[in-house]
Design a protein around this ligand. Structure first.
Ligand code: UD1
Length: 362
């Protein structure tokens, strides 16, 4: 059997790592393709180093662009790779444009697709990721669900139950495997931070950066709260704040830094007082680390994180945000963990692939 895995954007890298190791362990032939959706050193290369992933076998160098340009370019390049490599199965992870491009190109060439992290739904079609998730799930032969609610979403869309497998959360497997290594990171010392004495924020989603004034207002109200907040800033958000001359006006208490690698970010998360984010995966990581999370969105596809108050949705409303920050600082910090969020996810996935040759047929 020959597997071809496609990655491209930052959150893909930690999702492919455990699978890469599992295929290697079982001596299954594999090819790792990087589309180049993320190309900055601190958005891509540092993750390969931190995760000890080998250099991709094939790098497509697609880069940034509108959704159509980026996805289209990826599809034409992936098609060439698939014709040459002729894998038996294509693996795609998550919900980014590289995931969609990989799945469409593969199925059109009648190569079956396995989607890892299938079934998450925010029910918000304004999110490009929601469109990607729905389309990829619809055309995949193996659907690997991280949670029980994801299975229900897939079934309510009429997807054949025989193709859906509850395997757990692959990103959490990587987190568990790296938590000890993260303790050795010197990022707290570098930034002169005391544990539990700062908040950590990430913000990059298209819907939150579309209105620069709203984004700036959020930063200003945060800076007035009197709590130190560290913000490793995504290049998209940085560019938007810079273009509108807002970056230099962001007030005290907010420390903007460059995006961090996986290990440094994990240490920063584990020691923070709370996390503010519009990312998907960080909501899950916060829950696993018992750090209260406030999500800067009105919905989440990670509904399991809302249970037991581990995660609170506030959108971009500064008032709701400051109330939530005050509230979560008082609550206890130990949350029940969802089933199968453990270090056996890749093993389960590869067992399913090996045990179900009948699902390779479209
Ligand atoms: C993508 C994913 C998003 C994910 C995020 C993680 C899609 C639709 N979105 O969003 O789901 O949460 O990755 O980071 O796939 N840029 C750089 N350097 C880079 C990459 C991007 O400067 O290495 C800048 C470019 O100006 C680019 C912009 O960021 O236009 C957006 O990049 P893009 O890959 O289109 O989407 P992300 O916002 O990163």
């Amino acid at each position: 059997m020959k597997i071809l895995s496609i990655v491209g954007a930052r959150p893909n890298f930690m999702k492919i790592k455990p699978l890469y190791e599992e295929f290697k362990k079982r001596k299954i032939s594999q090819v790792l393709v990087h589309t180049g959706q993320h190309y900055d050193e601190n958005m891509s290369k540092v993750f390969f180093e931190d995760l000890e992933l080998p250099k991709p076998d094939i790098f497509l160098g697609v880069g940034s662009g509108t959704h159509g340009v980026q996805t289209g370019l990826m599809m034409s390049k992936i098609e060439e790779v698939l014709s040459k490599e002729k894998p038996d199965l294509t693996i795609v992870v998550g919900d980014v444009n590289s995931t969609l491009a990989g799945a469409i190109s593969s199925i059109k060439m009648q190569i079956p697709v396995a989607h890892v992290e299938a079934g998450y739904r925010s029910f918000d079609m304004k999110m490009p990721e929601e469109i990607n998730r729905i389309l990829v799930d619809r055309i995949s032969q193996f659907l690997f669900a991280p949670t029980e609610d994801a299975i229900n979403n897939l079934m309510s869309e009429g997807i054949n139950r025989k193709r859906i497998f509850f395997v757990g959360n692959i990103m959490i497997e990587t987190l568990l495997l790296n938590i000890q290594k993260a303790k050795k990171s010197k990022i707290l010392e570098t930034l002169s931070l005391d544990p539990s004495n700062y908040g950590l924020m990430t913000i990059h989603r298209a819907e939150n950066t579309a209105d620069p004034k709203k984004l700036f207002k959020l930063f200003i109200s945060l800076s007035e709260m009197g709590i130190k907040i560290i913000v490793p800033l995504h290049p998209r958000t940085k560019k938007i704040l810079e273009e509108n001359t807002y970056l230099e006006k962001i007030g005290k208490n907010i420390e903007i830094i460059e995006p961090l690698g996986y290990i440094d970010f994990l240490r920063l998360m584990s020691n923070s007082k709370f996390i503010l984010t519009d990312s998907g995966g960080i909501q899950e990581e916060a829950l696993m680390l018992d750090i209260p999370c406030i999500t800067l969105r009105n919905n989440t596809e990670r509904v399991v994180t809302l249970k037991d108050g581990a995660n609170t949705l506030v959108g971009m409303d500064p008032l709701k945000l400051s109330l939530a920050i005050k509230r979560i600082q008082k609550i206890k910090r130990s949350y029940p963990k969802p089933p199968l969020w453990d270090d056996k996810v890749a093993e389960r996935i590869v067992n399913v692939i090996s045990d179900h040759p009948e699902l390779f047929f479209l």
